[in-house]
Design a protein around this ligand. Sequence first.
Ligand code: JHZ
Length: 413
Amino acid sequence: MAAGRLRDVIVEGSPAIRCRNCGSPLGLVFCDLGMQPLANAYLAEDQLGLPEAYYPLRPMVCEECCLVQLPRLVAPDTLFAQDYAYFSGQSEQWVEHCREFASEKDRLTGGNLLEIASNDGTLLREFARNKWQILGVEPAENVSWFAQLHGAPTLTAFFGIELAGRLRASNYAPHLVVATNVMAHVPDLDDFLGGVRIMLEPTGLVAFEFPLLGELIKGGHWDTIYHEHFSYFSVTTAVDALERRGMRVVDLKPLDVHGGSVRVTACADRAGYARQPIVDTWLQAEQDRGMTDPAYLAEFAESPAVEKVAALEALTKARRDGPIVGYGAAAKGSTFLNFCGVGPEMISAVVDSTPAKQGHYIPGAHIPIIRPEEFERTSPSSVLVLPWNWADEISAKVWKVAPDAQILHRPFA
Ligand code: JHZ
């Protein structure tokens, strides 16, 4: 798995780092989570005694366009192209979300669907069930192979202008392009959105899903900040990024996944789709709330430290009562554990259903990841659910095995 190497460090535009959306210099800090390892760089046992690469985790706010972002310190190849450990189909609630998306009224017509960063093919298979001709693009070789073996045709590649040009040259024209939880992972918005724009000509639609910055701030979701998430969008900054690159947002839908997300639908700027009133209502609401004010965004800076104190208090108290086991070795769990400085002395193991994570260790925190079958023998008195976004689904599993265990998850403050 990608453990990160010093030669991967690329500081963009140093000394003045510039906004990847509008090019303005960046100087305002959103929050500072210190030095952290790569959240998805799970360690094998023989890597535990070796040096581990740590990178600053300090997102900035653009004072011009308000995009919250991390500078590109790690090459996307290191983050995504090797053994990627995240398989989206591991959560039943996510599978259900994909099923609902593919079954919406507008989707029942069928057509060509292109999914960018299609991961293990979970969403593609749901669309295929509704008679869509599916094609995925996924850079992580291991995940792409999994998708192909499970009925989702997938190109193993990063998506951008070059690939879009090749697809177009082969006369491939999708009716719908989908990119769920992808925008955050893109260091070069010009290349990525430029490629999407090429695919939309003349009447295609694109649906981007992403967790909302407003929900991150409201819910204190600082643990969703890690190096693979280069940008943290509001509807305002997403609309701005798309409009700057020849697209027009025509619709949006709030979604109850990953702590509060949105699906934004856009088309090429000259296509004749009418803009639904909800888009402007939402933009106005974000403005009223302060989301277009950099000073308001920077007020978030205190939130992680406040919660760290409360989390350590709660965990210390629980640890006095008996063993604590974690559930769900999510990337956000790596940020949480490393920022709080929690290791195996506090959490003896973390249960996870993903085969690619089992037998490995949480980066930095060095807590072993075990299979669900091993959960019972840990006899936990408390269970810390790291992916709080799937707390209901995981709690139901915990109660079956350890009905008396106390369940803990953030927010702790
Ligand atoms: P989960 C991911 O973040 C990765 P992560 C990515 N970077 C992204 O952008 C966001 O999602 C949106 C396990 N689990 O989904 C599976 C169980 O073991 O919160 C996962 O390892 N049993 C692309 O990694 C982890 O928990 C279960 O019953 O923070 C969940 O990770 C369930 C429900 C999950 O995403």
